[in-house]
Design a protein around this ligand. Structure first.
Ligand SMILES: Cc1cc2nc3c(=O)[nH]c(=O)nc-3n(C[C@H](O)[C@H](O)[C@H](O)COP(=O)(O)OP(=O)(O)OC[C@H]3O[C@@H](n4cnc5c(N)ncnc54)[C@H](O)[C@@H]3O)c2cc1C
Length: 399
């Protein structure tokens, strides 16, 4: 059996960053991935340009049962630290919107950068390898220098530390597995129930009938979710799809949505849409209302809105209600598009099981969990990669 200091399971964002940090410390690091190449999700991220961080990154932009857990790792490896790495490799990048940094050229630049850093830190990466099992070594350190035995399709390996960086369940067709959750359970660690997040929502049949032929129509909205543990609002684009709703505002709020509860959309942020109809001698009829609604929504959506929710009359009370409804469209989605379309998996390894500075299991010394497999989920906009880099670096500095 070969023995190394650190075995990292998963050559994604978190695993590679961890391997780089550990390798730089002179640790003998071996990274396994069952995929045929490293960083597959990085390559498809951000529409192929990888939104690799967000300069406004704060713990408040993450969901977790323990909202304080991510603070330590995020402070130890900041967006500025990752930007320094990107600049060291002369990768051109730009801010798109809301602090989101993207590669000018291609996400491949980020993967190349990580691969090169791994090489310089003497990290060995083995792709196309199935992990059969991970167990604590039966005999103790007196006999071996390792704590764990990792059985793989490429052989058996002893390791002092095992870092689980196998990500979540989103996009199974790219090789996502629940392996990290299984390992956590095997070692007796608690799991926060996991679910698809940053995911399009699906209408019930009634709303499907009403809206889905408008597929492709978008609007700027403010989205919020009923009953969310922490009241949050996202002002971004919403898109009607052939099954329901998508677009950044919907993806963001989907992470907070609870099945059976409503999401609420303000379709006319900041506008008093019908203001002109309140003027002393203003005409009050459908065409005037339509013209007013068209000033904030596309023609097709405005027309449909008036058909589905016509004013109950032309009194001030009826117009007040119409205005209120436009700012508070309540929809109870039938569900989400699931892991096949979700950008991330929320929930995961319970942070109460992990040391916030190192990501090491409190129960099983030498076992670490990093990245998306942990119950820390970022907003859309580069936050999930920043968590992957930060949690990976934290573990890599001690593993
Ligand atoms: C379409 C899409 C676009 C995205 N765009 C962005 C973006 O622009 N910005 C952003 O911040 N976030 C984005 N994300 C989210 C981001 O990709 C993830 O949060 C991040 O990749 C998580 O990093 P990770 O290392 O924890 O997991 P992953 O990057 O998923 O890496 C896990 C690795 O483990 C391997 N693995 C899994 N199971 C096993 C097993 N049983 N044996 C061996 N290996 C295994 C996988 O092959 C994979 O290489 C996007 C996600 C998707 C799906």
């Amino acid at each position: 059996m070969q023995s190394v200091d650190v075995v990292v399971l998963g050559a994604g964002a978190a695993g590679l960053m961890c391997a780089i940090e550990a390798g730089r410390r002179g640790r003998r690091v071996l990274v396994f991935d069952h995929a045929d190449r490293i960083g597959k999700k990085i390559l498809i991220s951000g529409g192929g340009r990888c939104n690799f961080t967000n300069i406004h990154c704060r713990a408040e932009s993450f969901l977790s049962n323990n909202p304080h857990f991510a603070k330590s790792a995020l402070a130890r490896f900041t967006p500025a630290d990752f930007i320094a790495l990107v600049e060291k490799h002369k990768i051109q990048y730009h801010e798109k919107t809301l602090g989101q940094l993207f590669c000018d050229r291609s996400a491949q630049d980020i993967v190349n950068m990580l691969e090169r850093e791994c090489r310089e830190a003497n990290v060995r990466i083995v792709t196309g390898t199935k992990i059969a099992s991970v167990d604590e070594a039966k005999n103790t350190a007196a006999e071996h220098s390792y704590r764990f035995v990792v059985e793989t399709s490429s052989g058996s390996f002893g390791a002092t530390s095992v870092v689980v960086a196998t990500g979540g369940l989103s996009i199974p067709k790219m090789g996502a597995t629940g392996f990290g959750y299984q390992l956590a359970e095997q070692f007796g660690l608690g799991i926060v129930p996991y679910r698809p997040a940053l995911v399009p929502l699906v209408f019930d049949p009634h709303d499907h009938e009403r809206w889905c032929d408008l597929s492709g129509v978008s609007a700027e909205v403010i989205a919020s979710a009923d009953g969310a543990k922490r009241p949050v609002k996202f002002r971004e684009k919403m898109l009607i799809t052939h099954r329901g709703l998508s677009g950044p505002a919907i993806l963001q709020i989907s992470s907070y949505w609870q099945p059976g509860k409503a999401i609420e959309l303000d379709l006319a942020p900041d506008a008093r849409v019908l203001a002109s109809l309140y003027a002393g001698n203003a005409r009050r009829d459908r065409s005037m209302a339509l013209a007013a609604v068209k000033s904030v929504l596309s023609t097709r959506l405005a027309e449909r809105w008036l058909t589905v929710f016509p004013p109950a009359g032309w009194s001030n009370i009826a117009l007040d209600k119409f205005e209120r409804d436009l700012h508070a469209w309540k929809i109870v989605p039938a569900g989400t598009e699931g892991y096949a379309k979700a950008e991330v998996t929320a929930g995961g390894v319970d942070t109460a099981e992990l040391d916030a500075k190192t990501m090491e299991s409190r129960r099983v010394p030498g076992l670490y969990f990093i990245g998306e497999v942990v119950d820390v989920t970022g907003w859309l906009g580069g936050y999930n990669f920043q968590w992957a880099w930060a949690s990976g670096a934290s573990a890599g500095r001690v593993a």
